[in-house]
Write a protein that binds this ligand. Sequence first.
Ligand code: ATP
Length: 370
Amino acid sequence: FAPWEDPNEKPLIQFKNVTKRFGDFTAIDNLSQDIYTREFFALLGPSGCGKTTMMRMLAGFENPTEGQILIAGQDMAHVPPNERAVNMMFQSYALFPHLSVWENIAFGLKRMKMPTDQLTNRVEEMLRLTRLTKFAKRKPHQISGGQRQRVALARSLARAPKLLLLDEPLGALDKKLREETQFELMDIQEKTGTTFVIVTHDQEEAMTVASRVAVMDEGRIMQVATPAKIYEEPNSVYVADFIGDVNIIQGKAQKTSADGYDIHWADGHEPFHAKTSLGLADGQTGFIAIRPEKITVSADKPEGAMNAVKGQIVDIAYLGNMSTYHVKIPGGLVIKAQAANTRRLSRRAFTWEDEVWLSWTLTAGSVLSE
Ligand code: ATP
């Protein structure tokens, strides 16, 4: 069982019908969500959707206008930030420039008057955890950006919070270092067993690190699921479109069996066939969301394919191991499809203006309503 599927597991964090208004602007809109111990939970969504507001309410810098937030079963309404087992790591790591790495990590422990032996042990444990032992004596300006990020992390974890909030923690790092650090974060999260809630703009980052991802829009959570499920089974056009590359084909739905639908996407053309448990009424507008890698590109009409359509290549993006073909089909719709670049293929080469067939299976796409 994953913790969120285990009926015996109690949530660490509970948002219960939380609304947050700033004046007459609703930043969080009647939102309910549980987050479990040891989860790495990602909040993902466009700028202004309310991610930071959720973090600030967890940390206690803001209070809900309506509803409740519980941590470990306790209502946080009147609990100030310093009395919550929560720590927040900001994008600007805010290290003390005049203090060494060691002293930066020890800072919060000294303030809580931890006995010296215990403090020394704890700082050293944090240095080991974040692989900073040999940089302990240096000042922040004498280490790299990635190392500074690890000092900030070590400092946030030193007091062993139950919950660590990470607001764009890797935003200042370049792409390569950022990717390496994602794996470090996951490793440290697992080793400490702390619940991490991360805010990020970067969907790839959320998909890499998180046990579950919440995709937000305008103060609401649109879908919460594992990264794979969000990618494979988005519950809305919004989520499908927000995560990764996707084709959205619109048409009128017609039920053909218990879970089978025809999607009439263009007059005079055979409808596309798809399966879904979603109940669509006959004549209702439906959408098929298909990832480019789920569509096969071929020169000849594929035999026995459930869905096949002929089109013309209008654009090609070379990606190294594969290419993405932009194929214009009847009605003017452009569909993106990926095919591997093999030597044979590149010699034969689909190229600009080639006529090709696109085909996919009954279950390659998700059928969605508006
Ligand atoms: P970003 O990714 O850009 O940081 P976000 O998803 O974190 O965005 P929030 O910072 O949570 O968004 O803000 C959500 C909305 O609430 C925004 O429209 C913002 O302008 C508004 N907002 C946030 N704080 C306040 C405030 N103190 N007063 C008024 N409006 C606010």
